[in-house]
Design a protein around this ligand. Structure first.
Ligand SMILES: *[C@@H]1O[C@H](CO)[C@@H](O)[C@H](O)[C@H]1NC(C)=O
Ligand SMILES: *[C@@H]1O[C@H](CO)[C@@H](O)[C@H](O)[C@H]1NC(C)=O
Length: 270
């Protein structure tokens, strides 16, 4: 399909207007889901999406709380007024325990997140789905607020040597993060160890509330997702196929965009 440059602003306006839910359903689900015209995925389907995001992404944000004392780390010069404050920092993880969905993390002793955990903090890993869009550049008006994101609230637990070996943890993690080879346990620069985030609670925002589930996912639902379900699941923007979870008007515009790019038209570069 050929899209002329002149038609683009109109297309963008129409698409944007028709894909935005009414304001009260942006961040929460409607009381009567059947009123929206969309089928809101079930909690279990949302758990499958979450587990697929865990499987396909490998970088997230670890949130911890600064302790009231900075004693074991006097060299850091930490301002005293951050005690009790949360801090979120990017870190690597890998999906190496498909039976439970507990993420595997390589904890570097000197990193702030793990210092806070050593001082007694609990920890939360937050993830978001960023579509690969390998086949076309997304138009600027696509709303990141419509895409899934979630947080895993839990505690860290060290893996035993036996678990590292039998779970092929090193190979699994390095497959996701080849550069992490430099700070594997036993390296000469930084002390590090393998831990799992033992997931206790899962908070999920699947996208706009009129077409996606927003709320807590029971731990059992998170844990009993099967590898086959994760394999079958497709996230918004992951493939070129129709995706009802995004809403049909929006998808129609995406297909137009794809076709435009496929026919050599570079309108989305604008
Ligand atoms: C960590 O979470 C557990 C519940 O999983 C709770 O009992 C404990 O008090 C929390 N620790 C801190 C330091 O908040
Ligand atoms: C997963 O766990 C939930 C909650 O216990 C249960 O309702 C559901 O039937 C389970 N699903 C599977 C596939 O085991």
């Amino acid at each position: 399909m050929h899209l002329s440059l002149a038609s683009l602003p109109l297309l963008a306006t129409l698409t944007w207007a028709s894909s935005l839910p009414s304001p009260q359903h942006i961040f929460s689900n409607p009381e009567d889901p059947s009123s929206t015209g969309y089928r809101i995925p079930t909690v279990h389907e949302s758990a499958i999406q979450a587990r697929r995001i865990l499987h396909l992404t490998s970088i997230g944000t670890l949130s911890t709380i600064f302790p009231s004392s900075q004693l074991p780390w006097p060299t850091e010069n930490r301002p005293s007024d951050v005690a009790g404050a949360p801090i979120g920092l990017m870190d690597y993880f890998a999906d190496c325990e498909p039976a439970t969905g507990n993420p595997t993390i390589l904890a570097i002793s000197i990193a702030t997140s793990f210092k806070n955990v050593a001082a007694g903090s609990n920890i939360t890993l937050s993830l978001r789905w960023v579509p690969p869009f390998s086949h076309f550049k997304p138009p600027a008006h696509i709303s990141a607020a419509a895409l899934p994101r979630f947080s895993l609230v839990g505690q860290l637990e060290e893996l035993s040597e036996e678990e590292v070996k039998s779970g092929h943890v090193t190979g699994c993690f390095v497959k996701y993060h080849p550069d992490a080879h430099a700070w594997l346990p036993g390296n000469r620069i930084h002390e590090s160890k393998w831990v799992r985030l033992v997931v206790k609670e899962v908070y999920w925002i699947g996208g706009f509330g009129d077409r996606a589930y927003i709320g807590w996912i029971p731990l059992k639902e998170w844990q009993n997702v099967t590898e086959e379900e994760v394999k079958q699941c497709r996230l918004p923007g992951e493939s070129k196929k129709t995706d009802a979870w995004w809403g049909s008007a929006w998808m129609a515009s995406l297909f137009s965009a794809e076709e435009a790019v496929e026919s050599g038209d570079s309108i989305w570069e604008l």
